[in-house]
Design a protein around this ligand. Structure first.
Ligand SMILES: Cc1ncc(COP(=O)(O)O)c(C=O)c1O
Length: 367
């Protein structure tokens, strides 16, 4: 059986260095907001090409805290609108709702599955204050057009980089294009911890400072609280483990690119739509996502031949019970994507021959 994701095998590569990192933290006796976090923030900020990086407890909190900080700074108020792709993972939308802001769901491009910059104009209102861009499945969104639209209209840009660590377009990395970006280090991500973790990257010093307060009960000085903040910190143990994995991130991305290149080359089946590859370093292949009309039949075929798959994602945010006010929206491209997508196995512990086998099984499927 080719598993969809084998995190034990993926992390085995770093086992020795992780054990050393774990022992170092254990021996230090210091577990929250210490030297490991400080070093990870410096190293990850440098990797992304931003002046500041602030560790948080998870990706959702990273996005939520960015918007919250802009509320504290008076840039955003309750009811302001934030444009967001309709086909994203629901966490992107939840960060907006959590802040009493209004998500404006915009259709993606059917080619890239990323936000369609040509549709922004018609969704603009006098309440629009920001665009939350998602680099879905690891492919950079069209940042040039999205950022220039935002600039023309005085909007902030938040990047949701939960799936795009290390991706770049025109020489600028994911996380360095917008006013701020939220990363997730959920275990399955391209840079994954052994538990939850997240970070904000930004070049905006004031924003970084406000988020530093907010993630720690609104305080930078013990028992002195400037804001009614939250507890959303990246633990020392996770920072230490992530420092190990960060050293190998580019190498791991290269492995993903090589495996995805085999799928791109070998899969040829008229009933299957392959993913857009992007140019240069735009894609880091967090997920390899196909589209197929009769998805259930296709996934059963793969399963019968020993290949596990997943769906990212089966139900779009606007059709979720949690978003009852949006249930009546008709978003045909988003709904088509959600009805047809299938993710194939792609991770750093898979071999080229396993990928070739999956491609063979995909090719043997007849509609
Ligand atoms: C696009 C996107 N945004 C945000 C998140 C939230 O990240 P986390 O699970 O760390 O809260 C995820 C996680 O799966 C995601 O895929």
């Amino acid at each position: 059986m080719i598993s969809f994701l084998d995190l034990k095998a993926v992390n085995n590569k770093y086992r020795h260095e992780m054990e050393l990192a774990f022992s170092k933290v254990l021996d230090s006796g210091w577990f929250i907001m210490g030297e490991e976090l400080k070093s990870f923030e410096e190293e990850f900020g440098a990797y992304c090409g931003t002046k500041h990086c602030i560790g948080t407890a998870n990706g959702l909190d990273s996005l939520t805290l960015i918007l919250r900080a802009w509320k504290e700074q008076g840039y955003l108020s309750d009811g302001d609108e934030v444009i967001v792709p309709a086909n994203t993972y629901i966490a992107s939308v939840l960060s907006i709702i959590e802040n009493n802001l209004t998500p404006v769901l915009v259709e993606p491009e059917i080619l890239t599955y990323n936000l369609d910059a040509s549709l922004l104009e018609k969704h603009l209102s006098n309440k629009t204050k920001a665009i939350l861009v998602v680099h879905l499945y690891g492919l950079m969104a069209n940042m040039k057009d999205l950022c220039s639209f935002a600039k023309r209209n005085g909007l902030k840009v938040v990047e949701d980089c939960a799936q795009s660590h290390g991706a770049s377009s025109f020489g600028t990395k994911a996380g360095a294009w917008g006013d701020a970006a939220g990363f997730s280090f959920f275990p399955s991500k391209n840079l994954g911890a052994l538990g939850d973790g997240g970070a904000v990257t930004t070049n905006d010093e004031d924003l970084a400072e406000t988020i530093c307060y907010l993630r720690n009960y609104g305080s930078k000085e013990k028992y002195v609280n400037r804001y009614a903040g939250v507890n959303s910190r990246l633990d020392e143990i996770h920072a230490a483990l992530l420092r190990v994995k960060l050293k190998y991130l580019d190498e791991d991305i290269e492995i993903r690119r090589n495996l995805a290149a085999i799928y791109n080359r070998d899969i040829s089946n008229d009933g299957i739509v392959k993913p857009y590859e992007g140019g240069g370093d735009e894609h880091v292949w967090h997920l390899y996502v196909l589209r197929v009309a009769d998805r259930d039949r296709f996934t059963h075929w793969l399963m019968k031949h020993g290949v596990a798959t997943m769906i990212h994602y089966p139900i779009p945010p606007h059709k979720q019970k949690a978003m009852a006010d949006f249930n009546k929206l008709e978003l045909t491209i988003t709904e088509k994507i959600h009805n047809e997508v299938v993710s194939l196995p792609l991770h750093t512990a898979l071999t080229a021959s396993e990928i070739r086998y999956v491609a063979e099984v995909v090719n043997s499927y007849c509609e």
